[in-house]
Design a protein around this ligand. Structure first.
Ligand SMILES: C[C@H](O)[C@H](O)[C@H]1CNC2=NC(N)=NC(=O)C2=N1
Length: 208
């Protein structure tokens, strides 16, 4: 594979070389649908924010436990439920994702040692987005990336969201995710802002 036109680090090159051929080929093009939000400032402390603070981890887990998933219309609910449960932090089996958005979304924050590792992870995720034609709502500051998976049309949690959440877990392991304390970043609200400004990204186009 020729990666010469792609700016990636040796670690990313090694990990991506282990991916299926189709995934490697797609690497030379960025994920068309993915929304990446860059902000130059560092994470702001909750007390400095004018926005409503994100729930603390135990709070989020309690909320997530109470929330029921709202699957996209037409989904195989039984199959999705079975795939979803082990991903959820509320399940108590090591899952790290939280149900949000009235059960229509899965959210999780990832942290890495350096920006380079974080960016490599996001590049690898964007490759999977391209393959699946599905984009995240996400945001990044320095070494931390917030990812939300939800399907815009038909609205709800779909198999793509659940598959991609599991893929993110696996890629994060490959790229050396580090443990995180309770994060006080406003990354979810950065992603919210991007969603607001991105318009109807997923409304199927009608032919004129
Ligand atoms: C037309 C095209 O298939 C749609 O816009 C796709 C693209 N990516 C998508 N991504 C997400 N998250 N939700 C969608 O509904 C969606 N739809």
């Amino acid at each position: 594979m020729n990666l010469s036109r792609t700016i990636i680090t040796p670690t990313a090159r090694r990990i991506i070389s282990g991916l299926p051929a189709r995934s490697q080929q797609s690497l030379t093009a960025p994920c068309g649908g993915a929304t990446t939000v860059f902000y130059r400032h560092r994470c702001v402390a909750r007390s400095q924010s004018t926005m409503s603070p994100p729930p603390s981890q135990p709070q989020a887990q309690a909320q997530s436990a109470a929330l029921q998933p709202a699957f996209s219309p037409g989904s195989d609910q039984t199959a999705l439920q079975a795939a979803l449960v082990p991903l959820l932090s509320a399940h108590g089996a090591g899952g790290r994702w939280t149900l949000a958005g009235e059960g229509q979304a899965l959210e999780r924050t990832f942290k890495f040692k350096t920006f380079a590792k974080t960016w490599d992870f996001m590049t690898a995720v964007s490759l999977q987005c391209k393959i699946q034609n599905h984009h995240p709502e996400w945001s990044n500051v320095f070494n931390t990336t917030f990812i939300r998976w939800t399907t815009h049309s038909p609205k709800g949690l779909s198999s793509k969201d659940i598959d991609l959440a599991a893929i993110c877990d696996s890629l994060a392991r490959d790229f050396g995710e580090i443990d995180q304390q309770d994060l006080t970043c406003q990354l979810p609200s950065l992603a919210d802002k991007a969603v607001t400004s991105s318009g109807d990204c997923c409304v199927p186009k009608t032919k004129k």
